[in-house]
Design a protein around this ligand. Structure first.
Ligand SMILES: C[S@@+](CC[C@H](N)C(=O)[O-])C[C@H]1O[C@@H](n2cnc3c(N)ncnc32)[C@H](O)[C@@H]1O
Length: 237
C-alpha cells in the first residue's frame, strides 16, 4: 500500500499531500508518462463536449490548468473557470496563464461541496479528477447540481481495458514499471504507484457510467481511448 492512497477520512489529505509534492513537476511527468498523448485525449474531450458558443465552463480538479487553458484558447466568448483544492497545483495554473489577455479564472474549491448556485455552468469538464476523490458519487451529484439543464459533463480518466491481455500488461506496467521509473528519476516510487492503487479502487468505464446515471445524468456515452487504457465519458443533465 502507498502512503498516498488512504481509506476513509484520510483519503483527501493523502491526495492533497501527493499533488502538493509533485505540482512543479506534474506537467513534465504527464508528458513523459503518456508520451504526450494526454494532450490529444484532452482535445478529444473538448470536441466531444460540443461547447456552447457562450456561457461559463468549469474545469474541475483543474490541477495545473491544462483543460481550462485549452478552453481559453478557443477564443470564444466563453468564460472559463478552473477549480482545484491543492493550492500548489493552482499556483502552477496561475503562472501558466500569466500574460494571457483573457486568462481563465482560478478558484480554490472542494469538488465535494461546490461553492456555486444550482444551474450555474454551461459545461463541466474533469480530467483525471474523479479517481482521486474521496466520494465520487457525491462529486457527480454536485456537478449535476451546478450544470444548467441540457448541458454536458466530460470526464477523462484511466480506464480498465476489456481485452484481458491488454489489461494485464497495462496493470503490470502501472504496478511495477512505473514505480521503478519513479524511483529511478525522482527517487520516489510511492508517488508513481499511486495511479495503480487508485485505479484498482476506481469503478472506471461501465462503473462510472452507472454512477453517472445514478447521479441523474442521461445520454451517457463512453469512449475507449488508447486500447481502453483511458476512458472518456460524456453525459447530459
Ligand atoms: C491528476 S490531477 C489532474 C489535473 C488536471 N485536470 C489534468 O488533467 O492534468 C488531479 C487533481 O485533482 C485534484 N482534486 C482531487 N480531489 C479534489 C477535490 N475533492 N476537489 C478539487 N480538486 C480535487 C487534485 O488536487 C489534483 O490537482
Amino acid at each position: 500500500m502507498t502512503d498516498y492512497y488512504r481509506e476513509g477520512a484520510e483519503r483527501a489529505a493523502g491526495v492533497r499531500q501527493l499533488f502538493s509534492k509533485i505540482a512543479r513537476r506534474y506537467d513534465c511527468v504527464n508528458d513523459i508518462q503518456s508520451l504526450g498523448f494526454h494532450r490529444l485525449w484532452k482535445h478529444r474531450m473538448i470536441t466531444m463536449l460540443n461547447l456552447p458558443s457562450e456561457g461559463v465552463v468549469l474545469d474541475l480538479a483543474c490541477g495545473s490548468g491544462d483543460l481550462a487553458l485549452l478552453f481559453a484558447r478557443q477564443q470564444s466568448p466563453l468564460r472559463i473557470l478552473g477549480g482545484d483544492y491543492t493550492f500548489e497545483m493552482l499556483r502552477v495554473a496561475k503562472l501558466r496563464s500569466l500574460g494571457w489577455s483573457v486568462p481563465p479564472g482560478w478558484i480554490h474549491l472542494d469538488a465535494l461541496s461546490l461553492p456555486f448556485r444550482n444551474s450555474s455552468f454551461d459545461a463541466v469538464a474533469m480530467a483525471y479528477g474523479l479517481r482521486n476523490m474521496a466520494d465520487p458519487p457525491r462529486a457527480l451529484r454536485e456537478i449535476w447540481r451546478v450544470l444548467k439543464p441540457g448541458s454536458s459533463l466530460a470526464l477523462l480518466d484511466f480506464g480498465k481495458p476489456a481485452q484481458p491481455w491488454i489489461r494485464q500488461s497495462y496493470y503490470f506496467f502501472l504496478r511495477t514499471i512505473q514505480p521503478f521509473l519513479g524511483s529511478l528519476f525522482f527517487r520516489d516510487a510511492k508517488t508513481y504507484r499511486y495511479i495503480y492503487e487508485s485505479l484498482m479502487r476506481y469503478p472506471a468505464r461501465e462503473g462510472v457510467k452507472k454512477l453517472l446515471l445514478e447521479s441523474g445524468f442521461s445520454n451517457v456515452e463512453c469512449e475507449d481511448l488508447c486500447l481502453g487504457t483511458m476512458s472518456l465519458h460524456i453525459a447530459r443533465k
